[in-house]
Design a protein around this ligand. Structure first.
Ligand SMILES: Cc1cc2nc3c(=O)[nH]c(=O)nc-3n(C[C@H](O)[C@H](O)[C@H](O)COP(=O)(O)OP(=O)(O)OC[C@H]3O[C@@H](n4cnc5c(N)ncnc54)[C@H](O)[C@@H]3O)c2cc1C
Length: 461
């Protein structure tokens, strides 16, 4: 039975933040200071991130000091890198802004070490000259650590698996205020929990992970008018059922604005369907496989071609600039044609859907593969991910989201993706009971005073 979390503890005006500032190299900015808004503002402009104070960390020791300070004063801390995934009710009184932890070293042998403030774009650009690629996500503007600690499901996931499965080591300041190196053999319970458990156990300062040899890919997005969604998506379903795991695919119903110069004219101001495709093997074979989708209806834009990995953002066409979004989602066990039709009825042409994006990603393939070690990511067996994104404040948006999720109930799976969980009540549904038990036990060892604000998710049952 899920119970609502109690609200975040009230601000404590008596907290001597100047004592923290005296011990850190990065500045400590309190609510009301001129620099505060710019420091705390997340990418998602709709989420209020309102800690009492924010430390712009420059070193690992800064993070240690922030966690020890919070512990000493009975406060909670939250890390933030880019603000792509904050949860308002789980922002502690101290925010640790990790942007200043910006080391990024790519080793020609095929691995990388990056600081907690690094976005995927830097790794992609540093790895590309070596013919290497990280398992980044749908847009390279997302932070490496936030993405990886949530599993990390990217556009090559069916071939190469989850980003969290490629981690060699974390450096993390756990809730007890100690900086630890975590590998499969050093603090194995942290290694388990940090791969899927996000920031519940500590603030990662750096991560080391393997890259894949992927200088190019065959892929991109293929666009149809939403009026053709029934035939296109029926075709996508039967085609994707046959796809080998050298391919990863998803579809999205988009409603892109008419007046945004970044939107290609054929897609602007109308409802469209995008088929996303990444083939990691031989280009000609990838093109042959994709022919069935190219023939699925009248194409309005075809951006599927051989590309360098640096063009990976062209597959999902996610927005780069900060926007105020409201997101909802779930996982699906299966997607029979009845489910496709139910989705189209609520989100397709003529449905008056308030969502700007309705996305279904096919899972399977290497996502299921746990041979690189058990982790707190519990969604390996799910069939699909469903994500709804609207502009926050759009009338009827949340009710519509509920209606879509209700309509998909017959096919809804069990364990949500941690990275597509938007509230504590969502996130707790990402874990099975044995995993919750292991995360709670790890918290008792590494964060006995529950300093990590996200750890409050474990109070839900
Ligand atoms: C446009 C967009 C596209 C996305 N695409 C994908 C995708 O393709 N695949 C996918 O899996 N996810 C995707 N996501 C979700 C994204 O991976 C998560 O929201 C992720 O947490 C973002 O990390 P961040 O550091 O950028 O964001 P932040 O808001 O800075 O951090 C979000 C959370 O990540 C954790 N975290 C961040 N830094 C640390 C740290 N140093 N130590 C411990 N925990 C930390 C914390 O729990 C924190 O609350 C997408 C999100 C957006 C908005």
């Amino acid at each position: 039975m899920t119970t609502l979390l109690p609200p975040t503890p009230a601000p404590t005006p008596a907290v001597p933040h100047e004592l923290l500032a005296a011990r850190t190299t990065g500045p400590v900015v309190v609510r009301g200071d001129a620099a505060y808004d710019a420091l705390v503002q997340p990418w998602n402009l709709a989420i209020p991130v309102l800690p009492d104070a924010v430390l712009a960390a420059r070193t690992d020791d800064d993070v240690v000091e922030a966690v020890r300070f919070a512990r000493a004063h009975g406060l909670q801390v939250t890390p933030q890198a880019t603000g792509h995934g904050p949860m308002a009710s789980l922002v502690g009184q101290i925010l640790v802004d990790t942007k200043g932890l910006d080391e990024c070293v790519v080793h020609p042998e095929g691995w990388a070490r990056v600081g907690a403030g690094v976005k995927w774009l830097r790794v992609v650009e540093a790895a590309a000259p070596l013919g290497l690629a990280p398992l980044s996500g749908s847009i390279t503007d997302v932070g490496v650590v936030g993405y990886t600690t949530g599993g990390g499901l990217g556009p090559m996931a069916r071939t190469h698996g989850l980003a969290s499965d490629r981690v060699r080591a974390f450096e993390v300041v756990t809730g007890d205020g100690l900086l630890r190196r975590v590998t499969p053999t050093e603090h194995p319970e942290l290694f388990f929990g940090l791969r899927g458990g996000k920031g519940m156990l500590g603030i990662v300062t750096a991560v080391e992970f393997d890259l894949v040899r992927q200088p190019t890919f065959y892929g991109g997005s293929l666009w149809f008018d939403a009026a053709d969604a029934p035939s296109v998506l029926h075709r996508w379903k039967s085609w994707s059922d046959q796809l080998p795991t050298v391919a990863t695919t998803s579809f999205a119903v988009f409603q892109l604005p008419a007046d945004d110069p970044m939107v290609p004219p054929p897609l602007a101001g109308r409802t469209t369907v995008s088929i996303r495709y990444v083939w990691t093997g031989d280009d000609d074979e990838g093109a042959r496989w994709f022919e069935a989708m190219r023939n699925a209806g009248p194409v309005i834009l075809d951006d599927v071609a051989t590309k360098p990995y640096t063009a990976i953002d062209s597959v999902h066409t996610d927005p780069l600039d900060p926007i105020p979004t409201h997101e909802a989602g779930t996982v699906l066990r299966d997607l029979p044609l009845d489910a496709v039709d139910a989705l189209i009825a609520l989100t397709g042409a003529g449905a008056q859907s308030p969502q700007i994006l309705v996305e279904v990603r096919q899972l399977g393939g290497a996502v299921r593969d746990e041979r690189r070690g058990a982790s707190a990511f519990c969604s390996r067996g799910e069939g699909y991910s469903l994500l709804l994104v609207g502009i926050a404040g759009t009338p009827g948006l949340q009710d519509h989201g509920h209606a879509v999720l209700d309509a998909m109930t017959p096919w809804t799976g069990t364990y949500r993706l941690p990275n597509f969980s938007f509230s504590p009540e969502d996130l707790v549904v990402a874990y099975d009971q044995p995993t919750i038990a292991r995360l709670r036990a790890a918290t008792r060892t590494y964060d006995p005073d529950r300093v990590m604000a996200l750890g409050r998710v474990l109070d839900l049952d």
